[in-house]
Design a protein around this ligand. Structure first.
Ligand code: NDP
Ligand code: MG
Length: 392
């Protein structure tokens, strides 16, 4: 049925969770440029009601959901003239993703808040374009198990994982020896602890190569983003921890590398522009012609590589530790990091204290080796409680 409908309409109908964010707005740019390929079925936002309303009027989705319930009436009133359903709350997001008319759900909510709706969409058999990496960090075993049961493919949006996925096209039967996730190193590459102890959010929010939401920008500065991506890669590609390595590549041109068992390596490269991996995930297996700026070799006479400094940027080491430990440890890591980033953004803790807080939570929260969904929910809650007490 699904494929018949697609064939006749030729439009893939997409639900964009987090449409008001950095990934969400870029996904809408891709759709705006490809109206013959995609239709918008659902849009969701949280605090930015005005942008959500503007997007709804432009893209005319079936449904919009504003997660922040205090903004429901405002959005409802603004859209009363239009044939668009309006709901509110995260529960509502988890419900609307199951709508029959949706082909693909782009998960671009930031953080743990995206977990419930992602699982709900997978349970309903929707294809997933996954930007919300925290979902796989928190509950990668559960998410990938349900996806397998339901025959759902998870297409990576994260540029490194998209790169790996693109390198694997035509190679799915060939075992991977190792993958190398590239990292820009962020704005503080090469800096040492005495410098980092004094940095302020304004400095951390200036990423050299990517324009992103605030949380992932801080994660990039602290290398936690790469740590989360290591765990994300483990689940997406079914890898053992020792098969995943990180290499710092400041120009962000090579987006990641796969090494096969014959020693051959494949890399995917291009200018850093999230629209490319977003479009690839939404259009897979097709490549849609685009007018994104093209790479010019002469502008990049040197592509360089260096080891990540995990002694200074401890978050990356902590993420490897949590991955190796398994169970609910990555869930603790993620929740502690979300609280740490929020506290840093509010000037409540320093840059290096983010790692201290995460380490304390990893030590204090009870370990569960085979967590259920309820265990993840409880672990997230308990970690936030402990982390907030530490900050006070
Ligand atoms: P943004 O902060 O720019 O956007 C987040 C989106 O989620 C917004 O639409 C926001 O709504 C919504 N949102 C925030 N909190 C909640 C909540 N509690 N409930 C429901 N919705 C909520 O983030 P990004 O777009 O940068 O990142 C989104 C995800 O994609 C993250 O997981 C990130 O790691 C990942 N990613 C991002 C990349 C990038 O280049 N930006 C690259 C690779 C991965 P509102 O704005 O209306 O408040
Ligand atoms: Mg990335």
């Amino acid at each position: 049925m699904e494929s018949l409908k697609l064939e006749s309409s030729k439009l893939k109908s997409i639900a964009i969770l987090g449409s008001t964010g950095s990934i969400g707005t870029q996904a809408l740019d891709v759709i705006r440029a490809n109206k013959d390929a995609f239709a918008v079925e659902v849009l969701t936002g949280n605090g930015n009601a005005d942008l959500l309303i503007k997007q709804a009027i432009e893209f005319n989705p079936n449904t919009v959901v504003i997660a922040d319930e205090s903004k429901y009436q405002y959005v409802k009133d603004a859209l009363h003239k239009y044939d668009i359903k309006v709901f509110s709350s995260n529960k509502a997001i988890a419900e609307v993703v199951q709508m029959e008319s949706i082909d693909m759900v782009l998960t671009a909510i930031v953080g743990y808040a995206g977990l419930e709706s992602t699982i709900s969409a997978i349970k309903a058999g929707k294809q997933i374009a996954l930007a919300n990496k925290e979902t796989l960090v928190v509950a990668g075993d559960l998410v990938t198990t349900v996806a397998k049961e339901k025959g759902v493919n998870i297409y990576p949006v994260d540029s490194e994982h998209s790169a790996i996925f693109q390198c694997l096209a035509g190679e799915f039967q060939n075992p991977i020896e190792k993958i190398y996730l590239t990292a820009s190193g962020g704005p503080f590459r090469g800096k040492k602890k005495d410098f980092l102890a004094t940095v302020k959010k304004e400095q951390a929010l200036k990423h050299p190569n990517w324009e992103m939401g605030a949380k992932i920008t801080i994660d990039s500065a602290s290398l936690m983003n790469k740590g989360l991506e290591v765990i994300e890669a483990k689940w997406l590609f079914g890898l053992k921890p020792e098969q995943i390595d990180v290499i710092v590549h400041p120009q962000s041109i090579i987006h990641s590398i796969v090494q096969f068992t014959d020693g051959s390596m494949k890399a995917q490269m291009g200018l850093p522009d999230m629209k490319l991996p977003i479009q690839y995930a939404m259009a897979y297996p097709q490549r849609i012609k685009s007018d994104f700026p093209r790479f010019n070799f002469l502008n990049y006479p040197e592509l360089t590589f260096e080891q990540a400094d995990t002694k200074t940027f401890r978050n990356l080491a902590l993420a490897f530790e949590a991955m190796n430990k398994g169970g609910n440890a990555p869930c603790v890591l993620n929740a502690a990091n979300e609280i740490a980033v929020q506290a840093f953004l509010k000037d409540k803790i320093g840059f290096l204290e983010m790692s201290d807080l995460i380490e304390k939570c990893l030590q204090q929260v009870a370990f569960i080796s085979k967590p259920s969904y309820a265990d993840y929910v409880e672990t997230d809650k308990e970690t936030r409680r402990i982390a907030l007490l530490e900050i006070l």
